[in-house]
Design a binder for this molecule. Sequence first.
Ligand code: NAP
Length: 389
Amino acid sequence: MRVSTATSGRSDSRVFTVVVQGYGTALARNAERTINVPFCRLQALMQSISQLGGKVISVSPAGEPAPVAPAAAAPAAPTPAAAKPALSKAAVSHADVPVNLYKPKDPFIGTVTENYSLLAEGAIGRVNHITFDLSGGDPHLRYVEGQSIGIIPDGTDANGKPHKLRLYSIASTRHGDNMAGDTVSLCVRQLQYEKDGETINGVCSTFLCDIEPGAKVKITGPVGKEMLLPEDEDANIIMLATGTGIAPMRTYLRRMFEPAEREKNGWHFKGKAWLFMGAPTTANLLYDADFEHYQSQFPDNFRYTKAISREQQNAKGGRMYIQDRVSENADEIFSWIENPKTHVYMCGLRGMEPGIDEAMTAAAAAKGLTWAELRPQLKKAERWHVETY
Ligand code: NAP
């Protein structure tokens, strides 16, 4: 374990702050504790923590910020050399994650069960929630939260060849919206852009937004291991989503807070979750009523922060983007990240990434740390998950 003892050259009147987990009486064992000790007692405290099976989260000179800490390092006495934060791997289970059960040459044929708009009146564009029946497949097309599936739209391209598949993030938990474990749902925006004065509609997104219940659709996958949730029920989850990038976040939040889903999955989330959601207008917010409801039911566990770009302004008078909300809350977000149980998930427009890096750079600098060094460590520790386009 690396610990910060940056002032170790001084006299032994120094005091250190030790953050420890699983140490103390029965009640205190589950909590994280902060203990201040004089240098002369530090070694004895470390030995005691070690003997009682506690976990040292960080050691730093009292009054100075703790380094970003390793999750499961063995307790050890501080060494003068280490001033750099260190990170260890957080548990994200990749075991039993299905991949490519159905390939483009032999896709699963799913049946549309419902297709409805997620937008309120006055919203910009079209975004639909579409559900497919997956029953009857051999193998069964199963998936977990954070994965994507491929859709091959009907018809042929300009060269007369069958269309290629498009990937969409799954918006339902592994149990599906009906809890029966045999459906998958997507959240799809119809892609539209102007070319030479003409409006071009995206091939697959238009195919999906127009599709009727009962229609048969070619489905491939599932794919993806980047956006998996950790198994730890005490994990903290920060979610940064723009537009339909909300899809994986909806699966996480249902898994955490939707009563029927919680009962079914047996995964009783006890950590904290914080969703930052970016949408152009209030009418474009996706699954907003559900998230508001979770916030009212689980106020200690869930926070929901919106950036509504065309209705709210950032501090500079420009459009309020998700990175502006991150910037406003950067110190708090950073202190969450210092906790080794915290994971960050980002999904949606690639354009949000530089702004989020900028906000984190400033927050890290305020603590004497360098974000450009920390972020790769978080990534390596499988605590920084990005899927942007
Ligand atoms: P959208 O509704 O067009 O936009 C969502 C919000 O992001 C709007 O408020 C928009 O603001 C804002 N925004 C625009 N540029 C931004 C920037 N540089 N930084 C931060 N915010 C910005 O979103 P959408 O059409 O649903 O698109 C979401 C994107 O996510 C698509 O590119 C889609 O392909 C992708 N996506 C990825 C995944 C995945 O990674 N698996 C899953 C689903 C979707 P203004 O428009 O007001 O400027």
